[in-house]
Design a protein around this ligand. Sequence first.
Ligand SMILES: [Zn+2]
Length: 110
Amino acid sequence: MDKKDLFAAFDGFSQNLMETLAEAEALKKQVQDLVEQNAALRLENSKLRDRLSQFSQLEESESGNKGISSRKENLENIYEDGFHICTFFYGQRRENNEDCAFCMELLYRE
Ligand SMILES: [Zn+2]
């Protein structure tokens, strides 16, 4: 293989690498979007369950506070998984797992 062929081969190789890298970035973005969508849906689900138990008299009379505490647990789980539960960044990932004052307010207010 002469030098010309060698450089051509390297050009092709690095071109492929760039394309693969771009594809990987695109995939990563898609996964991030899906993960955030999933967190937002979990939040919605938790809200709807909460609503449902408000309307269901059976649950209300049998376990008045159970609905609220399990909703809080749900929110805690979602927060612990690294997502915002506050209205400002609803369902988005918490960057580097940093605590969010708005989320904390929701979780720990009495
Ligand atoms: Zn937040």
